[in-house]
Structure formats: structure tokens, C-alpha cells
Design a binder for this molecule. Structure first.
Ligand SMILES: C[S@@+](CC[C@H](N)C(=O)[O-])C[C@H]1O[C@@H](n2cnc3c(N)ncnc32)[C@H](O)[C@@H]1O
Length: 261
């Protein structure tokens, strides 16, 4: 609905009273999304009750792309665009790219949109995430798989993947209680919890990724400044040549591992 100034003002006031920091921007989006007054009321009620804006809208922007976001699926963070851009820099046309722990599939979608003729595979343990990713990556002809890490992938991809992008859960278990309530209450625990030191899944990725990468292929793993060394160790322990890249602008850190032989 276009909504008159009164509708917009009332929506801003309602959101502000509920503690939304970006009430004006959110009101614009919610008014733009709603078909009529009744629909707007429902959207605002959901937002005021604490649902993430992206889930209420059903979509978000990730590195300039529109990505659908379903309830119960991890909302892509803007910092993760750094991981996608790092992958885009090294990817070649026609590469086989795997988005492991894909959530909405935003990273894989960004890579396959920027690099011609990528064969994209996106994989997650959560059927809700896989269903959401399937819609998002359909535009680039992506394939989706459901299961634990590499387990559901077809054997024909063995030693054939050029680039694996991974934003797996990496929050240390004890820190989950300190996350914003939007994450704690609306994103599944298995999308956040990286185990005691946060890098347990990174170690599993390190153990298994070498069998899927072609010689010279790379795995890129989002991590934090504090955990970067542990993530890099998880990759080097598996025999990969590792490096750490960071972006001050996006406050993002990525560990990269390359299969040598
Ligand atoms: C932090 S979210 C990131 C999602 C997406 N990569 C992104 O950046 O928006 C982590 C994702 O890993 C998935 N996940 C957790 N454990 C997994 C496992 N053992 N195998 C595959 N996926 C897993 C979760 O379901 C969740 O979608």
C-alpha cells in the first residue's frame, strides 16, 4: 500500500514506542509491503512482538541482492558479504561452488550471480533452510541438498569442487545467552551454536573438506577476530595452506584454506 502520511507517522510511532532503533526505515518497508491496513496491522504487530524485520517482510538485501527469508531460518548478516566477495575474487567462470551450511543460500547466490556459469550446490542440515535456499538459488540454477555437512552431496562432486563457502555456526555456547533476543528467540539454536570454543564445526569442515576440493581448490570460512587463529588451525591441521583476511568496513573475518595437492 502507498499509505498516507498519517499511516506512516502512526507506524513510526508504534515501532519507536516498541524500541525499534530504525523506526523510520522499518516503517517505510512495512508500509510498502502491506497490501492494505489490515495486513499492515499484522506486520507491525509481528515486528513489535520481536520477530526480526527480515522475517516479517519475508526478504532481505544481501550484497545488493534480494534474498527470501523464511521464519526459523538464519537471517543473512551484512558482514557475510565479505566472505561472498572474497569468493567472487577467486572464482572462475564455470567453477563448481559449494555453499555449505547455506541457510537462505545468500552466499552461494551472490557468488553465482557475480561469476558466469557457476555450478552451485547449497547444503544445510535444516529442511526449512534448504526449502528457503532452493527458492533463492533457483534463479542461478543452483542445486540444494539436506543433511549433515558434506554427507548428502553426490559422490560425483568428490575432488571436483573449486570453492567451498562456509558460514557455519561459530558462537561459543556460553555466549549465546548474550546475543540479541531477535537471534536467541527467532533463530534456531543449531544455526548459532558453534560448541564450547565456537569452532567445533570448523574442525569438522577442516577434516572433511579436502576430499571434496579439487587440487588447488579453496575453502573460505567466516569466523571472528578472536576465533580466526583457531579456525585457521582447523584448516591447516587438515593439510590446507591457510590465510586470514579481515574487513574493517564490514567487521568481518574469513579464514581461507587451499588444497595443495
Ligand atoms: C550461521 S547460519 C548461516 C547461514 C548462511 N550460511 C548465512 O550466512 O546466512 C549456520 C547454518 O548452518 C546450518 N548448520 C548447522 N549445523 C550444520 C551441519 N552439521 N550440517 C549442515 N548445516 C548445518 C544451520 O542450519 C544454519 O542454517
Amino acid at each position: 500500500m502507498s499509505g498516507g502520511p498519517d499511516v506512516l507517522r502512526h507506524t513510526v510511532e508504534t515501532l519507536r514506542a516498541a524500541g525499534c532503533v530504525f523506526a523510520e526505515e522499518e516503517a517505510d518497508l512495512l508500509v510498502g509491503q502491506a497490501a492494505d491496513d489490515e495486513a499492515l496491522e499484522t506486520l507491525v504487530r509481528r515486528r513489535v512482538s520481536g520477530e526480526p524485520l527480515e522475517v516479517v517482510l519475508g526478504w532481505t538485501r544481501f550484497d545488493g541482492l534480494r534474498v527470501e527469508v523464511d521464519a526459523g531460518v538464519f537471517v543473512p548478516r551484512q558482514r557475510t558479504a565479505f566472505l561472498a566477495r572474497q569468493a567472487i575474487v577467486i572464482a572462475q567462470p564455470g567453477d563448481v561452488v559449494l555453499d555449505l551450511c547455506c541457510g537462505t543460500g545468500a552466499i552461494g547466490l551472490a557468488v553465482a550471480t557475480a561469476v558466469p556459469d557457476v555450478e552451485l550446490h547449497a547444503c544445510d542440515i535444516d529442511p526449512a533452510a534448504v526449502a528457503c535456499a532452493a527458492r533463492n538459488v533457483a534463479a542461478v540454477g543452483g542445486h540444494t541438498w539436506c543433511g549433515d555437512l558434506f554427507a548428502p552431496l553426490p559422490q560425483r562432486l568428490h575432488a571436483r569442487v573449486d570453492i567451498v563457502v562456509v558460514n557455519a555456526p561459530y558462537v561459543p555456547t556460553a555466549r549465546i545467552g548474550f546475543m540479541p533476543t531477535e537471534a536467541r528467540d527467532h533463530e534456531p539454536r543449531h544455526s548459532l551454536d558453534g560448541g564450547v570454543d565456537g569452532v567445533q564445526i570448523h574442525r569438522r569442515v577442516g577434516d572433511e573438506v579436502g576430499a571434496w576440493l579439487r587440487p588447488g581448490g579453496c575453502v573460505l570460512v567466516e569466523t571472528s577476530t578472536d576465533q580466526a587463529d583457531l579456525t585457521a588451525e582447523a584448516l591447516s591441521a587438515a593439510g590446507l595452506a591457510t590465510a586470514i583476511h579481515a574487513s574493517d568496513e564490514l567487521q568481518a573475518t574469513v579464514a581461507v584454506g587451499r588444497r595443495l595437492g
